[in-house]
Design a protein around this ligand. Structure first.
Ligand code: FAD
Ligand code: NAD
Length: 404
C-alpha cells in the first residue's frame, strides 16, 4: 500500500460501480481514502432500459445520466477512459489513454453480448449492449422503412425484424417493437402486414423462469400484437440475410437481425488473465476474487453462489445494486482491519415488460402480476433505480410517468 491515502479504484459506472461509489461517499471521509471512478463515457446509462432505446420507444437521452450530476467530482476523481487491462501483480489498471495505480480495486465493467461462437453472429447481427449499439438498432429499423418507401429496389424481406433468443431481453425487446412498428407503419404509409417481427428461441418455452400461466399470457399477448414466436428452434448460423434455424436448416430472412441470446462479463476480465467460469469470475461470499485480498468483482462480471439453490444468482441490476452495499461495507472494513461481511441476496421479485402497457411479474414471495399491473410495477422499479442513483431530482427529470 502507498504511504499516501489508500486509493480505491472503481471500474465501471453502471448499477454496480456507481452505487458502490455513492455508498462509499456516505461511509468515508475524504481524508480516509481517495476514490477514483473510471468509466468509458461521462454518462451512466440505465442498462435495463436499453431494449426501449433499441426499439425506439424512448429517446436514448432519457436512459442517460451525466455522472457528474450524481457523483460530486470534488469528492471523487472521475476518469472517463476505456479500461484495456488490469495488471493485478503490479496493482495497475491500463486505460486507453493512461494508467492508474490502486490499493483496492472494484471491477464492475458489466456485460457484453455472448454469441457462443455461432458462425456469422458477430458479423451480421446487432446486439443490445449499450446506448450506442441500441440506438443503432432503432436507427437501422427506421432506415429500412424509409428505404422501402423511397421507391429504391429493396428485398421483399427488408422490413422483417428477426430477434434471436426469447429470454428477458428478447421478449422485452419484441414487446417494445409491437408498440413501435405500428407507429413506423403510420409514419411511412406502409401496411402493417408487410412487416414481420420474428422471435426465435432454442428452448421449448420462452422465459423459463416464470410459471406456465404467466408464460402463456406473455406469448398470447405478443402474438395477438403480431409477434411470431418460434420455440424449440436453435439458431446454428447467422448470414447477411438472416438466421439458419432448426434441424432442417431453414433460412429465415430479415433486413434487421438482432441477437439477444445471452450475455457474458466484460472482455477485460479475459484480457487481464483472470480465471473465468462461463465468461465471469466466481467470487467468494465477501465478493472478493479468490486469493486476492484487495480486488472485488461484481455485477455482471461475477458469479455469486446461491447456496440454497446450488447455482449462481442470475445477473441482474437488482443483484448488482445489492452487491454494492456489501462491497462498500467491505472496503471500509478492509481499511479499518475489521472482519468482512458475506453477501446475502434478498430477491424483490422479477418483472418483464411486454411493451408500454403490458407485462408479467412475480413479486414478494411469488405473488403473480400480469397486464397493466405488471407494467405499472415495472415503471415503479425503473423509477426506483433512478431514485437510488440520483435521488428524487433524477426521478423527476428522467422518470417514467407516461400514462398507458
Ligand atoms: P452495467 O450496467 O453494464 O455497467 C457497466 C458500466 O461499465 C457501464 O457504464 C459501461 O459503460 C462501463 N464499461 C464497460 N466496459 C468498460 C471499459 N472497458 N472501460 C470503461 N468503462 C466500461 N436487470 C434487472 O434487475 N431488471 C431488469 O428489468 C433488467 N432489464 C434488462 C434489460 C435489458 C435490455 C438488459 C440488456 C439487461 C437487463 N437487466 C435487468 C440486467 C441488468 O441490466 C444487468 O444485470 C446490470 O446492468 C448489471 O450491472 P453492472 O453495473 O454490472 O453493469
Ligand atoms: P438469457 O440468457 O436470459 O436468455 C437468452 C435466451 O436465448 C435463452 O432463452 C436461450 O435459450 C436463447 N438462446 C441461446 N442460444 C440460442 C440459439 N442458438 N438459438 C436460439 N435461442 C438461443 O439472456 P438475456 O435475455 O440477454 O438476459 C441476460 C440477463 O439479464 C439475465 O440474467 C436476465 O435475468 C437479465 N435481464 C433481466 C430482465 C428483467 O428482469 N426484466 C430483462 C432483461 C435481462
Amino acid at each position: 500500500m502507498s504511504f499516501n491515502k489508500p486509493k480505491i479504484v472503481i471500474l465501471g459506472a453502471g448499477y454496480a460501480g456507481l452505487t458502490t461509489t455513492r455508498r462509499l461517499l456516505q461511509k468515508l471521509s475524504p481524508e480516509q481514502a481517495e476514490i477514483i471512478l473510471v468509466n468509458k463515457h461521462n454518462y451512466h446509462y440505465e442498462s435495463t432500459w436499453l431494449h426501449e432505446v433499441a426499439a425506439g420507444t424512448i429517446n436514448p437521452n432519457q436512459a442517460r445520466v451525466m455522472i457528474s450530476d450524481v457523483i460530486n467530482p470534488t469528492k471523487v476523481r472521475l476518469v472517463f477512459d476505456a479500461v484495456k487491462r488490469i495488471d493485478k501483480d503490479e496493482q495497475r489498471v491500463i486505460l486507453e489513454n493512461s494508467e492508474l495505480e490502486y490499493d483496492y480495486l472494484v471491477v464492475a465493467l458489466g456485460f457484453e453480448s455472448n454469441d457462443f461462437g455461432i458462425k456469422g453472429m458477430a458479423e451480421h447481427a446487432f446486439a443490445i449492449e449499450d446506448i450506442e449499439t441500441s440506438r443503432l438498432i432503432s436507427e437501422h429499423i427506421e432506415y429500412q422503412f424509409a428505404k422501402y418507401q423511397s421507391g429504391e429496389e429493396v428485398d421483399e424481406h427488408s422490413l422483417n425484424i428477426l430477434v434471436g433468443g426469447a429470454g428477458f431481453t428478447g421478449i422485452e425487446f419484441v414487446g417494445e417493437l409491437a408498440e413501435r412498428i405500428p407507429q413506423l407503419c403510420k409514419k411511412y404509409d406502409i401496411d402493417r402486414s408487410k412487416v414481420r417481427i420474428i422471435n426465435v428461441e432454442a428452448a421449448p418455452s420462452i422465459l423459463p423462469m416464470f410459471d406456465k400461466e404467466l408464460v402463456a399470457y406473455a406469448k398470447k399477448s405478443l402474438e395477438d400484437r403480431g409477434v411470431e414466436i418460434k420455440i424449440g428452434a436453435p439458431i446454428s448460423e447467422c448470414t447477411p440475410e438472416g438466421f439458419i434455424v432448426g434441424e432442417d436448416k431453414e433460412l429465415i430472412k430479415a433486413g434487421t437481425i438482432v441477437w439477444t441470446g445471452g450475455v457474458k462479463g466484460s472482455s477485460v476480465l479475459g484480457e487481464s488473465g483472470f480465471e473465468l467460469v462461463k465468461g465471469k469470475v466466481n467470487v467468494n461470499s465477501d465478493l472478493r476474487m479468490p486469493e486476492e485480498e484487495n480486488i472485488f468483482v461484481m455485477g455482471d462480471c461475477s458469479w455469486v453462489w446461491n447456496k440454497e439453490e446450488d447455482r449462481p444468482y442470475p445477473p441482474t441490476a437488482q443483484l448488482a445494486m445489492q452487491e454494492a452495499d456489501v462491497v462498500a461495507k467491505n472496503l471500509v472494513a478492509l481499511l479499518n482491519n475489521e472482519p468482512l461481511t458475506d453477501f446475502v441476496f434478498e430477491s424483490k421479485g422479477t418483472v418483464a415488460s411486454l411493451g408500454l402497457s403490458d407485462g408479467i411479474g412475480s413479486i414478494f414471495n411469488d405473488y403473480k402480476l400480469k397486464g397493466k399491473a405488471a407494467a405499472a410495477m415495472k415503471k415503479v422499479v425503473d423509477n426506483r433505480s433512478l431514485f437510488l442513483i440520483g435521488g428524487p431530482k433524477l426521478v423527476l427529470k428522467k422518470g417514467k410517468f407516461r400514462p398507458f
